[in-house]
Design a protein around this ligand. Sequence first.
Ligand code: DX5
Ligand code: ZN
Length: 238
Amino acid sequence: MTTKIAPSFLTADLARLADEVRAVEQAGADYLHLDVMDGHFVPPISFGPIVVEAIRRVTTLPLDIHLMIEQPERQLEAFAQAAGAKPAEGGPAANTDTILTVHVEACPDLPAVVQQIKALGCRAGVGLSPNTPISAIESVLDAAGQVLVMGVQPGWGGQALIPATLPKLRDLRALLSERGLATDIEIDGGVKVDNAASCAQAGASVLVAGSVIFNDAASVADNMAALRNALAAAHANP
Ligand code: DX5
Ligand code: ZN
């Protein structure tokens, strides 16, 4: 299975956001990873549903919305609508492309929030900050569509991968396999060309890529190609 790449925009040129979205889409991105931050769950503030709606107008890529916010259950409907998701009225989820990821650290009743996300027609992601053990999300592993494992402290792009992330990915992939689950594991933060293969081999099926894609060293297209090539090496040498 090909490892998916989800560019994130914290280090992109936000004054040209539509251009940056088109650039990663043309370069073959699988998702757009949108980092929503409220200044409470994490110190920085980023953007809300109106920016998600603007991005939805310029791309058809799945929106992988990372909610680094307190009380996310209060905002789910607004983000689902902004992303173009339609409530699953009886039939199959109308828009399973949109992923809404909430952090276990912000959800006292995580199972209820996961169900709320799915009722909105979105895939439910559950996020783990670096200091949070995998056991914290065991109750929702069967219901979640994706587990986001933070490779850095949430809040900023451009940080180095925390080394303990790789064994955490391996442990999570082993736990999912034990349960017969092929749930996506998304590694978020600190992914670079020189560790992408290790992240994929450790069990990550989605790589969030921020500063490795948006930087002054090379173009978006070249940076995406370098990341794809590094991943191809991982598949060639499993
Ligand atoms: C950090 C965000 C990450 C970050 C990734 O809180 O959740 O998505 O933007 O940026 P890099 O890839 O530069 O670590
Ligand atoms: Zn993120």
